[in-house]
Design a protein around this ligand. Structure first.
Ligand code: ME8
Length: 648
C-alpha cells in the first residue's frame, strides 16, 4: 500500500504557532503510523510564499519579499525537527519547479477552455486571500479575521468552476470518506446546494507583483489559491515523475476548517479541469483557541511550540495535542491542562508503570527478561491482559485510520491502567518471598515486559522518542526500527535473557506551568492570566488552601465494595454520618478500620465509584517501595479531639 499525506503549506507572514504545530504533528503521526503498518509513505509539508499579505509583511519588515520569505520559511523549517517531524519533502511555492508547474497547469486549463477573462466585483478578505459571499460575513466582518472585507471591482481571469459543480456533488455523495469528519462533508454539500460561482484566479500586476505571472498574459499574476493548491502536485513531480505515478492516487490532505472551501471545492474542480483524479481523502480539524478566539498570527494570541517543548519535552507536546483535541472539534489551549496531562498521564501512569516494572525485573530476575512459562500456566489475569492487548490494538488501528487520535490514546491508557492493576493483584514482591512461586513470578515479569514492548510499538507514531527509549531500556533497541504493528498482541515474541536498563526515566515531573506568549500590544490572554481558583506554578495562596475543608472523622463501619479489589465503603462521623469510598482495600482490612480517627477532605464534589456516591476523601500517604510495591498509610489523629474538628 502507498500513502501520500500533506499538511497545508503555511503562509510565511508570521512565525509558526501551536495551530501549525498541531496539523503538522497530526500528519506526522499518521505518516509514522502508516509506516508502522508497512506502507510506502510520502509526507509533504511546506510554505506558501506569494500574495498580497506576504508582500505587505515584507514591506513592514523593511525587507524585499525574497529576503522576507527566505527568513520566515527558514523558521518553519527549523521548527519541524524540534517536534520530530519526519517529512519527506518540504516545498516552497517560490521554488522554480513549482513556478513552472503552476504555469504549465494554467496554460493547460486555459487551452482546454476553462479559463476566461471578465469583470468582477466582490468583497475580498485579505486574510483568507479570497472573495467572501455576503452569507459568510458575521456583522459585516470576516469571522476568522475580524475585518471588513474590501469591495473590489476589476478585470480578471476566471476559472470555470461552476461547470464542475454537479460532478463534485455527485463525487462527494458517492464517496463518503472523501471529506471527514462528516460535519464538514455536510457543510460542503450544503454550500454546494446553491449555485457555484466561477473562481477569480488572477491579480493585475498593477496591484500585485509578488506572484507567478500568467503564461498567457504577463499583465497578471495568479491568484493565491491556484498557486498554492498545486503544491500537492509539484512536490511529487507532476506530470510525469515516478513519484507522481506512485503516490497521487493515494493523496490525503490534512487541514483546519479555515481552508475547507479551497480544499473541498476549488481543488477537486481544478483537478477535474486538468483531467486528474481527485485526491482520496480530506481530513478537517477544528481550531486551537485561546480565550474562545482562534489562535492566529494576525491576532497575535499565539502559543509557540518551542516554549512548550523546552518545558515539557517534545513527546509531551505531541501527546497533549493529540489527546486533548477531538479531531474535527475546537479545543482551548490551557497551560494547566498540559501540566496535568504531563504529570498525571505521562509521569504518573506511564512513567511509573515503566520504572516500577523495570525495577522489579532488575530485582527479581537479575535485570534480564526472564524465561517465560507455558500457556497452561496462564491465570485469568494473564488471559484478561492478553485479550485486552488484542482489543486495544484493533481499536488503535481503527482510530488511527480514522484520525481519532484521542480515542487511540484512550485505548492505550486503558491497557496502562490494567497493567497497574495486574501488578497489584499479582504482587511480585509477595511471589518473590516463596521459592514455590518462582515460575509464576517469572511469568508475571515476562508479561509485564512484553506488554510494555507492545505499548512502545503502538506509541511509536505518537511519541517516537519515548517509544525508542522504552524499547532500548527493554533491550530491544535493534529490533525496534524494523518491528511493525503485527507484533502487537503476539505473546511470546520477546526474547528472554535481554538485559534491561532499570534506570531509564521517561517523564520527569514538571512543577511549573509554561506561560503563554502574549501579543506585543494585545490584551492579557486568559491562558496566561491568574484566574480565581487556578493554581500557579504549584503554589497555593492561603485563600486557596483555606478553601479545602479538612476534618477529623471517625470510621464507624467499613465493608468491601463488590467486584473491586481496591475499594472499601466507609461510614464516617464528621460529626454527621457520611459515606466515603476509599481505595485502601489492599492495605487495610475492613475490621482493622473501625474506630480509627482519620483526616478527610469534607468539601470535595461527590463522585460515584462503582455505583456508590462518595462524599469526600480519606487522606493517606503513599510510598513506592524498592520491590515495586506501594505502601499506603492512613493519616490519623493521635490526640483526643471531637469528630468533625476542622484541620488547618
Ligand atoms: O491558510 N488551530 O496558511 P496558514 C488549528 N497558505 N490549526 C491552525 C490554527 C489554529 N488556531 N491556525 C493555523 C493558509 N492552523 C494557506 C494554505 S494550502 C494549499 C494553503 C493551521 O498559514 C491549520 O492547518 O493560514 C490551518 O488550516 C493552517 O494552519 C492555515 O495556515
Amino acid at each position: 500500500m502507498t500513502t501520500y499525506v500533506t499538511t497545508p503549506i503555511y503562509y510565511v507572514n508570521a512565525m509558526p504557532h501551536l495551530g501549525h504545530a498541531y496539523t503538522t504533528i497530526v500528519t506526522d503521526t499518521y505518516s509514522r503510523y502508516k509506516r508502522l503498518c508497512g506502507d510506502d509513505v510520502r509526507f509533504q509539508t511546506g510554505t506558501d510564499e506569494h500574495g498580497e499579505k506576504i508582500a505587505e509583511a515584507a514591506a513592514k519588515a523593511g525587507e524585499t519579499p525574497r529576503q522576507y520569505v527566505d527568513r520566515i520559511a527558514a523558521t518553519f523549517k527549523e521548527t519541524w525537527p524540534l517536534l520530530t517531524i519526519s517529512q519527506d519533502y518540504t516545498i516552497r511555492t517560490t521554488d522554480p519547479d513549482h513556478v513552472q508547474t503552476v504555469q504549465d497547469i494554467l496554460q493547460l486549463v486555459h487551452d482546454r477552455g476553462d479559463i476566461y477573462f471578465s469583470e468582477y466585483s466582490g468583497l475580498y478578505c485579505q486574510g483568507c486571500e479570497r472573495f467572501l459571499t455576503e452569507k459568510e460575513l458575521v456583522d459585516g466582518k470576516c469571522p476568522d479575521h475580524q475585518v471588513e472585507p474590501k469591495a473590489i471591482s476589476e478585470q480578471n481571469y476566471f476559472f470555470r468552476m461552476s461547470k464542475y459543480q454537479d460532478w463534485l456533488i455527485d463525487h462527494i455523495k458517492t464517496h463518503p470518506e472523501f471529506i471527514t469528519p462528516e460535519r464538514y462533508r455536510n457543510e460542503v454539500l450544503s454550500f454546494l446546494s446553491e449555485p457555484l460561482e466561477d473562481l477569480c484566479i488572477s491579480r493585475p500586476t498593477a496591484r500585485l507583483t509578488w506572484g507567478i505571472p500568467l503564461p498567457f498574459d504577463s499583465n497578471f499574476v495568479t491568484y493565491v489559491w491556484f498557486d498554492a493548491l498545486i503544491n500537492y502536485l509539484t512536490g511529487i513531480g507532476y506530470p510525469d515523475g515516478a513519484d507522481f505515478e506512485k503516490y497521487w492516487a493515494a493523496a490525503e490532505h490534512v487541514i483546519a476548517k479555515d481552508i475547507l472551501k479551497p480544499h473541498a471545492i476549488y481543488w477537486p474542480t481544478m483537478l477535474q479541469a486538468m483531467g486528474l483524479a481527485p485526491y482520496k481523502r480530506l481530513h478537517v480539524h477544528g481550531y486551537w483557541n485561546v480565550d474562545a478566539t482562534k489562535m492566529s498570527k494576525s491576532i497575535g494570541n499565539v502559543v509557540r511550540p518551542k516554549e512548550l517543548v523546552d518545558t515539557y519535552g517534545v513527546d509531551t507536546v505531541r501527546y497533549f495535542v493529540l489527546r486533548e483535541m477531538s479531531f474535527g472539534l475546537d479545543s482551548s489551549f490551557s497551560a494547566d491542562a498540559i501540566l496535568t496531562r504531563h504529570n498525571a498521564d505521562l509521569a504518573n501512569d506511564l512513567g511509573n508503570l515503566f520504572s516500577r516494572s523495570l525495577t522489579m525485573i532488575d530485582k527479581y530476575a537479575q535485570g534480564r527478561i526472564p524465561e517465560r512459562g507455558t500457556v497452561a500456566m496462564f491465570t485469568p489475569d494473564d488471559r484478561e491482559l492478553i485479550s485486552a492487548m488484542a482489543s486495544m490494538v484493533a481499536q488503535y488501528r481503527e482510530c488511527m485510520d480514522d484520525f481519532k487520535f484521542h480515542k487511540a490514546l484512550q485505548a492505550i491508557w486503558e491497557v496502562i491502567s490494567l497493567l497497574n492493576r495486574y501488578i497489584v493483584s499479582n504482587a511480585p514482591w509477595e511471589l518473590a518471598k516463596d521459592a514455590r512461586h518462582e515460575e509464576r513470578l517469572r511469568m508475571v515479569l515476562c508479561h509485564l515486559a512484553e506488554a510494555l514492548w507492545m505499548i512502545a510499538l503502538v506509541l511509536k507514531p505518537i511519541m517516537p522518542e519515548t517509544a525508542e527509549k522504552m524499547a532500548t531500556a527493554l533491550g530491544m533497541k535493534d529490533a525496534f526500527a524494523d518491528t511493525g504493528l503485527e507484533a502487537v498482541g503476539q505473546w511470546g515474541e520477546l526474547p528472554s535473557g535481554l538485559g534491561i536498563d532499570k534506570g531509564a526515566q521517561l517523564f520527569p515531573r514538571v512543577e511549573k506551568r509554561v506561560e503563554v506568549a502574549l501579543p506585543a500590544t494585545g490584551k492579557q490572554q486568559t491562558a496566561n492570566k491568574s484566574q480565581p481558583g487556578m493554581i500557579e506554578d504549584g503554589v497555593l495562596t492561603f485563600d486557596q488552601f483555606k478553601a479545602v475543608e479538612l476534618r477529623v472523622a471517625e470510621i464507624v463501619a467499613a465493608e468491601k465494595v463488590a467486584k473491586s479489589e481496591r475499594l472499601l465503603k466507609l461510614t464516617v462521623k464528621a460529626p454527621e454520618e457520611r459515606t466515603i469510598v476509599a481505595g485502601i482495600a489492599l492495605h487495610y482490612s475492613p475490621e482493622a478500620l473501625i474506630g480509627q480517627r482519620v483526616l478527610i477532605v469534607a468539601n470535595l464534589k461527590p463522585a460515584k465509584l462503582m455505583g456508590i456516591l462518595s462524599h469526600g476523601m480519606v487522606l493517606a500517604a503513599k510510598e513506592l517501595q524498592a520491590d515495586g510495591s506501594e505502601k499506603l498509610v492512613l493519616a490519623t489523629v493521635a490526640g483526643s479531639i471531637a469528630n468533625g474538628s476542622r484541620v488547618a
